[in-house]
Ligand binder design. Structure first.
Ligand code: AMP
Length: 215
């Protein structure tokens, strides 16, 4: 049973690692960013409330995200654990999540904090391309698709996430430093955190995570 949280700045490779972790430990991968983007695409009430914040790289209000996560965690596939990516993102969310877990008599296994120096994050994010159909991610220089603009896996069209444009990314870094980085100390105090060097290759990062989580 693994109940995991992935922490790290935008572009740390959380999404890439999350897919591998979820497959290896057979737990659902829950990305609040992905859920919010899906709601925007489908034009739901939640999507309408979230869009303006997301387009500017700002955080969506805590209560909306907390409700979304608490609902998602009631799904049956979470009985065997879960992997959260992008939540919690503020101290308020973390405190509220701790209360939720305590109520359900649950405890996090560990918070995985992926550390990457900021100077290598910006080129990583700006070159990122995502498949509109299946969500697979590529990078224009370090992981290009076989044919430009086309997903290797499903043939879908690749695009840049609206919030991956340079100006928005710089704001997302600021927001991360101000609101999310304090969570490192929060979980350090609770003795629930493990640090991983996210500047290493994708395989090396995954190996380090498996070392921490065990077989
Ligand atoms: P991500 O895909 O995790 O980078 O998230 C993309 C955007 O979704 C963020 O810049 C926020 O606008 C919003 N978002 C995702 N998760 C949260 C959260 N836990 N709290 C507030 N906003 C969030």
């Amino acid at each position: 049973m693994k109940r995991l949280v992935l922490l790290g700045p935008p572009g740390a490779g959380k999404g890439t690692q999350a897919v591998k972790i979820a497959a290896r430990y057979e737990i659902p991968y829950i990305s609040t960013g992905d859920i919010l983007r899906r709601n925007i695409k489908e034009g739901t009430a939640l999507g309408k409330k979230a869009q303006e914040y997301m387009d500017h790289g700002e955080l969506v209000p805590d209560d909306l995200v907390i409700a979304l996560v608490e609902d998602r965690l009631t799904w049956e596939d979470c009985n065997n654990g879960f992997l959260l990516d992008g939540f919690p993102r503020t101290i308020y969310q973390a405190e509220s999540f701790d209360k939720y877990l305590a109520q359900k008599d649950m405890k996090l296994s560990v918070v995985l904090n992926i550390r990457v120096p900021e100077e290598i994050l910006l080129p990583r994010i700006i070159g990122r391309r995502v498949c509109k159909t299946c969500g697979a991610t590529y990078h224009v220089s370090s992981m290009p698709p076989k044919a430009e603009g086309v997903c290797d896996l499903c043939g879908g069209e690749l695009h840049q996430r609206a919030d991956d444009a340079e100006e928005t990314v710089l704001n997302r870094f600021k927001v991360y430093q101000a609101q999310t980085a304090p969570l490192i100390d929060y979980y350090e105090t609770a003795d629930e955190i493990a640090h991983i060097d996210g500047a290493a290759s994708q395989d090396a990062v995954f190996d380090a995570i498996v070392d921490i989580l065990g077989a």
